[in-house]
Design a protein around this ligand. Sequence first.
Ligand code: ZN
Length: 163
Amino acid sequence: MEQTIEKLKEQARKSWSGETGEQRARDLETYLRNKLEEYSNALNIPKEEILKSWEEDRTYSAINYYQESNQPSIKSDKVKVFETVEEMLQAIGEKKFRCPSCNGISTNPYSCNSGEEMSKGKTCDWKVYGLLGDLGKGTFIYIKVKLKGETIFTPISWEEVTA
Ligand SMILES: [Zn+2]
C-alpha cells in the first residue's frame, strides 16, 4: 500500500513543476490517507484492499480520480452500503429511478429514458456519468463483496416520503 501511495504521489508531483507539484503530492497523500481510514473503518475492509480496488477502477489521472465525487464521505446521506448486488437489488425493488435533470422516471439508473421532452423534439437523455453528473441528486451505492462504489439515479423507492 505504501508503494502505491508513493507511486501516486510521484504522479501528482510530476503533474506540475516546482512547489505546486509538491503541494499536489502532499494534498493527494492527505486525501488518500483520510479516505482510506474512513472507508476502512466504516466498511470493515482493510485499507490495502480498498486502495487496490480504487486503483483497478481508475482509468485516468490520480489527481482527477481521487476527488470527493468519486469517493464521497461514506457516512453521508447520499451513500448506501450493501453486502451484495442481490441485497442492493432487493432494496431498490421496482427498477424506477429519478432523473436529476427532467425529474421524470427512468428505468435505467445511469442514462435517462423517461421520454420527457426537454425542448421541442428533444427527449431527456441525461447521463449520470456525464460532465454534470447527478446534479447532486443521485445516490452513491457501495457493494462490499465487489469493493465497488458508483453513483446512480436515486431509486424512486428510496425517495423520502414528504406527504
Ligand atoms: Zn431525464
